[in-house]
Design a binder for this molecule. Structure first.
Ligand code: PLP
Length: 486
C-alpha cells in the first residue's frame, strides 16, 4: 500500500495551504458572529485541515478504494446474490426522461414511465406465475411485511379473526420471522428434517385454525430446494392458511419453476438481487409482491392499471391495505430491473438460473474434501459448509472468513443458518468465471491446510487490510464516525 493511502487528512495539513481559488473579494467581509447566532457556532469545528485540492482528491480517492464491492472483487456472500450489475442498467436509469421526472407530475405527462412500470409488472407476473404484482415495497423484508398485511386483511375480510400465527421453518431467511412479528403475528417455528428440508410431520403438528400463513424460503437457506412443496401447500391450504414464497433468491429457479404453479398465494422478489439492482448500503432496493387473484383487492394503493391505451394509477381501492411507500416504489431500481429483463430475454434468464446452480454445485464439489458438507446433495444457487473439522484444530469459521480477506475476497455469510454448526454459506452467482471460482476454491483449500499446519496464521488474520479485527459489536453499536485529531 502506498503511504498516501494511510495518511489522514489532518496529518497532511499545512498551515496556509488552501484547496480552492476564488476571485478577489469586491464586497466587505462579513463577520461570522453576526451571520450565525452564537449558540450554533461550534468551537470544535473551527480547526479544519489545510490542504491542497490535489491532497483532498487523493485522500477521498484512497478512501473510496478501501471498500470491497462486486466491481472490485469476488463477493460470495450467501443469500445476498452479490452478482455483477450490468452497466447498461445504469445508462438507461440515467436517461433524462426517467431521471428528471418528478413524482408529483401529472399522470398524463409520465405515461412512458408508467408504461415501463406496467410492463415490468407484466414480466414479473409471467416469471412468478401470479395474477398481479405491486412494485411499491422498497426491499425484500418490506415486501414480506406488505404481503403479511394483505394476508391479515384477507382473513379479516372473511370474518376470520383467529388466525394470529405465521409458520416459519427454522431454515428460513432471518427476515421472515422478523416481518411476521412486525406485522403483528406470532411466529411458530417448524423444524427441518435430517435432509435439511421442512419436516412435514412437524408442519402437520403446528398447522391449525389459527394459522394465517406459512412463509417458505425456497430454496431454503441451506441452498436446498424444498421437494415437498405440493404436500406443504395441501396441508396449509387444507387448514385455511395462505402460502407465502420468499423469492428473494429467484435466480435459483427463475424460468424453470414458478411459485404460482406450486400453489403459492403470495411471493416477493428482490429486484436488487436476482434482477441486478445494486445493493446500496441497505437501500434503495425494490421488493415487488405478487399475489393470486383472491388477494388483489388488498394490494397497496395506488394500483397501476391500463385503461384503453392509458396507464392510470387507481386509488379507488376500498379494501386496499393502503400505501406502503411514498410515491410508487423505487423507480430507478425498477428501470434497472426492466432493462435487465429486456436485455437478457427469456433464454438469457433461463441461462442465469442454470449457471447460478452449476457454479454453486461446482464449488461445493471442489470444497467437500477440505470442509465438512452437512447436506451432501445437489444444491441450488448456494451451499453450506461447516467449519467443524477446523474448529477442532482451534480455527473457527470467523477466522476462516477473516483469512479470506488476505486473499482479496469478501467472505461468505457465516454462522447462518443457525441449524449448522460453524456454518459457511457460499453463493458464487452466475456472473463469475470458472477461473474466479477456482481461485477462490484454491484459497479455501489453502486455508484448510493452514488450519492443520499453521493455525496461527488463520487465527490472527487478516494480515493485509488497513484495519485488523474490529470488535464488530462495538463497531455497530458505538461507531466512531468522525476522525478525532489527537
Ligand atoms: C435478502 C433476502 C431477504 C431480505 O431482503 P432485503 O431486501 O435485504 O430486505 C429475504 N429473504 C431472503 C431469502 C433473502 O435472501
Amino acid at each position: 500500500m502506498h503511504k498516501d493511502d494511510q495518511a489522514l487528512i489532518f496529518e497532511l495539513s499545512n498551515p496556509g495551504r488552501i484547496g480552492y481559488s476564488l476571485p478577489e473579494m469586491d464586497v466587505p467581509e462579513a463577520d461570522i458572529n453576526e451571520l450565525i447566532p452564537e449558540g450554533f457556532l461550534r468551537e470544535e469545528l473551527a480547526e479544519l485541515p489545510e490542504v491542497s485540492e490535489l491532497d483532498i482528491m487523493r485522500h477521498y480517492t484512497a478512501l473510496s478504494t478501501r471498500n470491497h464491492g462486486v466491481d472490485s472483487g469476488f463477493y460470495p456472500l450467501g443469500s445476498c446474490t452479490m452478482k455483477y450489475n450490468p452497466k447498461i442498467n445504469e445508462n438507461v436509469a440515467r436517461y433524462a426522461g426517467f431521471a428528471h421526472l418528478h413524482p408529483l407530475q401529472d399522470e398524463s405527462s409520465v405515461q412512458g414511465a408508467l408504461e415501463l412500470m406496467y410492463d415490468l409488472q407484466e414480466h414479473l407476473i409471467e416469471i412468478t406465475g401470479m395474477d398481479q404484482v405491486t412494485l411499491q415495497p422498497a426491499a425484500g423484508a418490506h415486501g414480506e411485511w406488505t404481503a403479511l398485511m394483505m394476508v391479515r386483511a384477507f382473513h379479516e375480510a372473511n370474518g376470520d379473526f383467529k388466525r394470529t400465527k405465521v409458520i416459519v421453518p427454522d431454515s428460513a431467511h432471518g427476515t421472515n420471522p422478523a416481518s411476521a412479528t412486525v406485522a403483528g403475528f406470532e411466529t411458530i417455528t417448524v423444524k427441518s428434517d435430517e435432509n435439511g428440508l421442512v419436516d412435514l410431520e412437524d408442519l402437520r403438528r403446528v398447522v391449525g385454525e389459527d394459522t394465517a400463513a406459512l412463509m417458505l424460503t425456497n430454496p431454503n437457506t441451506l441452498g436446498l430446494f424444498e421437494e415437498n412443496i405440493l404436500e406443504m401447500a395441501e396441508i396449509v391450504h387444507g387448514a385455511g392458511g395462505k402460502l407465502y414464497y420468499d423469492g428473494a433468491n429467484l435466480n435459483a429457479v427463475m424460468s424453470k419453476a414458478r411459485p404460482g404453479d406450486m400453489g403459492f398465494d403470495l411471493v416477493h422478489l428482490n429486484l436488487h438481487k436476482t434482477f441486478t439492482g445494486p445493493h446500496g448500503g441497505g437501500g434503495p432496493g425494490s421488493g415487488p409482491v405478487g399475489v393470486k387473484s383472491d388477494l388483489i383487492p388488498y394490494l397497496p394503493k395506488p394500483v397501476l392499471v391500463k385503461q384503453g391505451d392509458q396507464y392510470v394509477l387507481d386509488y379507488d381501492r376500498p379494501q386496499s391495505i393502503g400505501r406502503v411507500k411514498p410515491y410508487y416504489g423505487n423507480f430507478g431500481i425498477n428501470v434497472r430491473a426492466y432493462t435487465y429483463i429486456r436485455s437478457m430475454g427469456p433464454d438469457g434468464l433461463k441461462a442465469v438460473t442454470e449457471y447460478a446452480v452449476l457454479n454453486a454445485n461446482y464449488m461445493m464439489r471442489r470444497l467437500q474434501s477440505s470442509y465438512d458438507l452437512p447436506f451432501d446433495k445437489h444444491c441450488k444457487h448456494e451451499f453450506v459448509l461447516s467449519g467443524k473439522r477446523q474448529k477442532k484444530l482451534g480455527v473457527r469459521t470467523l477466522d476462516i472468513a477473516k483469512r479470506l480477506l488476505d486473499f482479496g475476497y469478501h467472505p461468505p455469510t457465516i454462522y447462518f443458518p443457525l441449524n449448522v454448526e460453524e456454518c459457511i454459506m457460499i453463493e458464487p452467482t452466475e456472473t463469475e468465471s470458472k477461473e474466479t471460482l477456482d481461485a477462490f476454491c484454491d484459497a479455501m483449500i489453502q486455508i484448510a491446510k493452514e488450519a492443520e499446519e499453521n493455525p496461527e496464521i488463520v487465527q490472527e488474520a487478516p494480515h493485509s487490510t488497513v484495519i485488523g479485527r474490529l470488535d464488530e459489536t462495538m463497531a455497530a453499536r458505538k461507531p466512531i464516525l468522525r476522525y478525532q485529531k489527537q
